[in-house]
Design a protein around this ligand. Structure first.
Ligand SMILES: Cc1cc2nc3c(=O)[nH]c(=O)nc-3n(C[C@H](O)[C@H](O)[C@H](O)COP(=O)(O)O)c2cc1C
Length: 396
């Protein structure tokens, strides 16, 4: 009921608050025997951590991960993995003025209404800091997926009024996108657009404002057949995973909302035979039909709102005194969330895909097993041992 757990077989539970001693995650269902080190997890946490550039909050956190369980001699043991990330740069007094005055656009008002008590220091569970646990779990999921040839990248395609050029993006291979996003602070693969996006963020910051964005996710190497009809379709689970990240206001798969303006003859992806395999001539479906993967690249997009905390004065109320008042938020905040969303989106997508890979293996065990083994091998493995008759059965 509490909503801190996500996934069926590969299952994560995040915990901790922005201004508490630490945040973290417990992972159940991590495949045993996978090589994983604190450095593998740290690499992803470093991509998410604050204070990396002028487009991110100046809060300084090392976000150093501590592996408390589930990894022995550099390999997953198959038991629960517990990961802890200590908070070190809280500066909670900056939030004193927010004790009774909810920030417009943030979750403060709703938390107060729901629980009747609220940790006003930095948003508690609704803080972007909660995503550190997701990214740490996502690093484990990504590592496992890489063993199966599946990889994921998210990249910023819009910030405010500036959009990446689709032709530039279409010409970039998957590796090109992976490489380019680490060359600029907004994580945009179109390097010319990235310069304009950085200027857009700088201008919002200068005026005490914030700005929104769009991030696209690409998942490569997913075999056809993942996704469970009818409520656990892969696109439904991806939508839930992505929409569960703070500040996400929209989700699209494949052609997304553009599908509403298309004709069927434009939208349908024709099937063809490419190098002896069935493939789609286009990918408006975004790699998923009927909730089940087609084997093409999975493509999704998330619309991310401007950061709610801004220093421009806004109207709010003092809930204790029941009086209208004004608020200008002076804490340290991201002027844009989209670039920081990138590793979080990748993590959540990895968790969904790995969970479904494992679910598919469980459900389609017989089909998958038979595909791997030739039937004679299978028969010999299942043959009753010759000394079967020696086993004494006791009648009751
Ligand atoms: C990585 C990340 C960083 C964020 N940083 C901030 C921030 O510095 N200041 C802020 O007000 N909101 C920030 N947010 C957004 C809030 O967490 C979010 O708007 C809030 O929880 C309300 O949820 P909603 O926007 O989904 O309704 C961040 C979100 C993410 C995912």
């Amino acid at each position: 009921m509490a909503g801190n757990t996500f996934g069926e077989i590969f299952r994560i539970t995040t915990w901790g608050e922005s201004h508490g001693p630490a945040v973290g995650v417990v992972i159940d269902g991590a495949v045993p025997g996978i090589e994983i080190t604190a450095e593998d997890i740290q690499k992803e946490l470093d991509r998410r951590k604050p204070g990396q550039s002028s487009v991110s909050t100046p809060r300084q956190e090392s976000d150093t991960v501590e592996i408390l369980s589930g990894v022995f001699e550099g390999k997953t043991t198959g038991t629960s993995i517990s990961l802890l990330i200590r908070n070190s740069d809280q500066q909670s007094s900056a939030y004193d003025s927010l004790r009774d005055t909810p920030r417009p656009g943030h979750a403060d008002f709703c938390y107060a209404e729901k629980y009747g008590i609220r940790d006003h220091r930095g948003g508690g569970r609704s803080s972007g800091r909660e995503t550190a646990g997701r990214v740490a779990a996502g690093a484990v999921a990504k590592k496992i997926l890489s063993e199966f040839g599946i990889d994921i990248v998210c990249h910023t395609t819009r910030i405010g009024g500036i959009a990446a050029n689709p032709d530039v993006l279409n010409d970039l291979p998957f590796e090109g996108i992976l490489e380019n996003i680490e060359k600029n602070s907004v994580r945009c693969a179109d390097l010319a657009a990235a310069v304009l996006m950085e200027a857009e963020v700088a201008e919002a910051k200068r005026t005490g404002d914030s700005v929104g964005g769009i991030v696209e996710g690409l998942i490569r190497g997913v075999p056809a057949g993942l996704g469970e009809p009818v409520f656990d379709k892969l696109d439904a689970d991806l939508a839930k995973a992505i929409m569960s990240i703070g500040a996400v206001k929209g989700f699209e798969i494949g052609a997304g909302f553009a599908a509403a303006a298309a004709f069927g003859s434009e939208m349908n992806d024709a099937f063809e035979i490419k190098s002896g395999k069935i493939a789609a001539a286009s990918n408006n479906a975004g790699g998923i039909l009927g909730g089940i993967t087609t084997g093409e690249i999975i493509r999704f997009r998330a619309a991310i709102k401007p950061t709610p905390s801004i220093s421009i004065s806004q109207k709010t109320v003092n809930m204790a005194e029941m009086k209208e008042t004004e608020i200008s938020i002076q804490g340290r905040h991201d002027p844009v969330i989209a670039p920081r969303f990138v590793p979080v989106g990748e993590a959540m997508a990895a968790i969904v895909v790995l969970d479904h890979l494992m679910r598919n293996e469980a459900l389609c065990l017989s089909k998958n097993y038979k595909n791997r083994k030739n039937s004679s091998e299978l028969r010999s493995e299942l043959t009753v041992p010759s000394d079967r008759s020696k086993i004494k059965t006791k009648e009751v």
